[in-house]
Design a protein around this ligand. Structure first.
Ligand code: IDP
Ligand code: MG
Length: 139
């Protein structure tokens, strides 16, 4: 059975461009409840830990530089079928391929600076949420 939580973060390009509020509005209007949220910045090392699964990919070093380049807004979200429904709301990794009206279609700058993260499985949603938030920060 699909779980009811996912993890997201608004990435540095979208935060610095002033899209935080518009993106949160889209997330809430799509029926997601915000369980935990903060504004923070990753060190290069912590960005590498978060994206450790991609460490052999050619874009890994650039990705770590980019993800630690400015503030981000991580969140834990709740909704039925959260992981799959949220991936639909954000659209494809490459904004050129993201469906019209998706968050990446509207706000992403490039395949790297693509505005927002969304967990790809219930197991990763749990791991990624715990990377940023303790139990007592979840409401
Ligand atoms: P996802 O975020 O849609 O799940 P992943 O393949 O898990 O996509 O990649 C993680 C992140 O790495 C992407 O969101 C994007 O920021 C970056 N990325 C993915 N593919 C490329 C690429 O081909 N060039 C540069 N950056 C990439
Ligand atoms: Mg991914």
């Amino acid at each position: 059975m699909a779980g009811n939580r996912t993890f997201t973060m608004i990435k540095p390009d979208a935060v610095s461009a002033g899209h935080t509020g518009a993106i949160i509005k889209m997330i809430e209007e799509a029926g997601f409840r915000i369980v935990a949220m903060k504004k923070t910045q990753l060190s290069r090392e912590r960005a590498g830990q978060f994206y450790a699964i991609h460490k052999e990919r050619p874009f890994f070093n650039d990705l770590c530089s980019y993800m630690s380049s400015g503030p981000i807004v991580p969140m834990i979200l709740e909704k039925d079928n959260a992981v799959e429904d949220f991936r639909k709301l954000i659209g494809a990794t490459d904004p050129q391929k993201a469906a019209p009206g998706t968050i990446r279609n509207l706000f992403a700058k490039s395949i790297e600076a693509n505005a927002i993260h969304g967990s790809d499985s219930d197991a990763n949603a749990e791991i990624e949420g715990n990377f940023f938030f303790s139990r007592t920060e979840q409401y």
